[in-house]
Design a protein around this ligand. Structure first.
Ligand code: HAX
Length: 437
């Protein structure tokens, strides 16, 4: 049986001629025209990134390597006794585009175990930080602190690494880093929020199962972890975290620098931190009810109060999606099955009923429907993770899977250092005036 790395290499060699041909024979073919609105408005919709790992259709939502979320979950090898798949198998699938067999998946599980030991200095770094430091800051710092381990940086420094081989040490860094992230995340949680009582990893467990074990939360939290990490892994390349990882790595910064930077982007309230904001908003709303049942009218008023104070409604809207996020639906289905009568879930569902109408009435948001973050916190809360500042770390562990898979392929296909062009406002004004003539 070929190892994942050998299989990946075969896929890379098969793929390379496609990229070379596009560049050499069709490099000057126009992809689209760019408007002033796009230049000022966050490069929205500008097609200037290439990835085969996932694609986000505005109506349908995400597909991983061509598969929808339900198709992905259905096809991946499952952890024995669980409804959810091995995250390790998903990693293999994202990297190669081929669904791994159980045997191939278990080989990745073993490979990750061999790479999973976190150096003591990482814990020392975390312990040296003030205990009230945000968990995302800790997570990013822990990743960055391990940069000295980078195989890519070391091999590049040695001066004999060829461009065609860049993907190889990038693969090593990505696997070494990924294997350690559950331990780091759980350590931050237990250190900060469980009276500094870290739990050692269990070498018998898979990546997701071990995370649940180290969090100290029994089954079915292991399934929650597996589901959560897969759902949050990738959302094509233009979102802030994925784009940042890609951008930083394009300078041939290694995976540690790149992922740490991406995590910093994920920490923004318009991106990953929205899941924290959703719970903050909802809990404040529930407190304000003073024990009364929320009616649609009360929810409507609270949403309007948020909008009128100039804030966004967290968990709603999306830069690309134009319908309810299938990642939201996937988590909603989990809630309907496992916690249908949980009061917080009922409130979240009621907000789902009311918020789109309010946002449509306000008329600003192009997408009034919920995104992934509107539904993820309630599951954590139900299983006892009620410290919502931790939620984005969970997102970050998942996001690492997609972004690291991407930068391995970036190096394999020789993608260039990223360098979009800027213009001045006066230049835009001239273009606008010339267009009117
Ligand atoms: N509440 C209030 N106003 C909203 C809104 C919301 N949920 N979503 C969009 N708008 C507003 C925008 O702020 C913008 O207002 P201005 O014209 O005054 O600037 C206007 O509607 C048009 O924005 P848009 O084109 O629909 O949305 P963008 O592509 O600019 O932004 C965001 C997409 C996700 C950032 C946006 O919808 C938002 O702020 N949502 C709330 C925060 C959130 O849930 N973020 C998580 C998104 C998913 C994700 O990345 N997860 O990690």
């Amino acid at each position: 049986m070929a190892t994942l790395k050998q299989k990946l290499f075969q896929k890379i060699e098969e793929h390379r001629p496609r990229t070379t041909k596009l560049l050499k024979e069709h490099g000057d073919t126009k992809l689209q025209e760019i408007t002033i609105e796009q230049a000022i408005g966050g490069a929205r919709g500008i097609k200037c990134l290439v990835t085969d790992i996932s694609y986000l259709d505005p109506e349908e939502g995400i597909r991983f390597r061509g598969k929808t979320i339900p198709e992905t979950f259905a096809a991946l090898p499952k952890v024995p006794g669980s409804d959810y798949p091995f995250v390790e198998g998903f990693w293999s699938f994202l990297l190669t585009g081929e669904m791994p067999s159980m045997q191939e998946t278990l080989a990745v599980v073993e490979d990750f175990k061999a790479r999973s030991q976190v150096p003591q200095y990482v814990f020392d770094v975390l312990r040296a930080m003030p205990r009230d430091t945000h968990p995302m800051t800790m997570f990013s710092a822990a990743i960055l602190s391990m940069q000295r381990e980078s195989v890519f940086a070391e091999r590049y420094r040695q001066g004999n690494l060829k461009k065609n081989d860049y993907w190889d040490p990038m693969y090593e860094d990505a696997c070494n880093l990924l294997a350690k992230l559950p331990t780091i995340g759980a350590y931050i949680y237990r250190m900060k929020f469980r009276s500094d009582t870290p739990i050692a990893p269990d070498p018998k467990l898979d990546w997701g199962g071990n995370f649940a074990h180290m969090m100290g939360i029994p089954h079915p939290y292991d399934d929650v972890a597996r589901m959560y990490f897969v759902l949050h892994s990738d959302h094509e390349s233009g979102n802030v975290s994925a784009h940042t990882v890609h951008l930083v790595a394009s300078a041939l910064s290694d995976a540690y620098y790149a992922l740490s930077a991406g995590i910093n982007g994920l920490a923004g309230p318009l991106h990953g931190l929205a899941n924290e904001e959703v719970l903050r908003w909802t809990q404040k709303f529930i407190e304000g009810l003073g024990g009364k049942e929320p009616t649609d009218e009360v929810i409507r008023d609270a949403l309007w109060a948020t909008l009128k104070s100039g804030q966004v409604v967290p968990g709603y809207g999306h830069a690309v999606l134009r319908k309810t996020d299938p990642r939201y639906m996937s988590q909603r289905e989990f809630c309907l099955k496992n916690l249908p009568d949980y009061p917080l879930f009922k409130v979240i569902s009621q907000i789902y009923k009311v918020a789109p109408g309010v946002l449509m009435e306000q008329g600003k948001a192009k997408n009034p429907w919920p995104n992934v973050d509107a539904q993820s916190g309630v599951i954590q809360w139900y299983y006892g993770v009620q410290e919502y500042s931790f939620y984005t770390v969970l997102f970050g562990i998942g996001r690492a899977i997609g972004t690291l898979a991407n930068i391995i392929w970036d190096r394999a296909l020789g993608y260039a250092i990223e360098r979009p062009k800027s213009v001045t406002t006066a230049m835009l004004e001239k273009v606008a005036a010339d267009a009117k003539k």
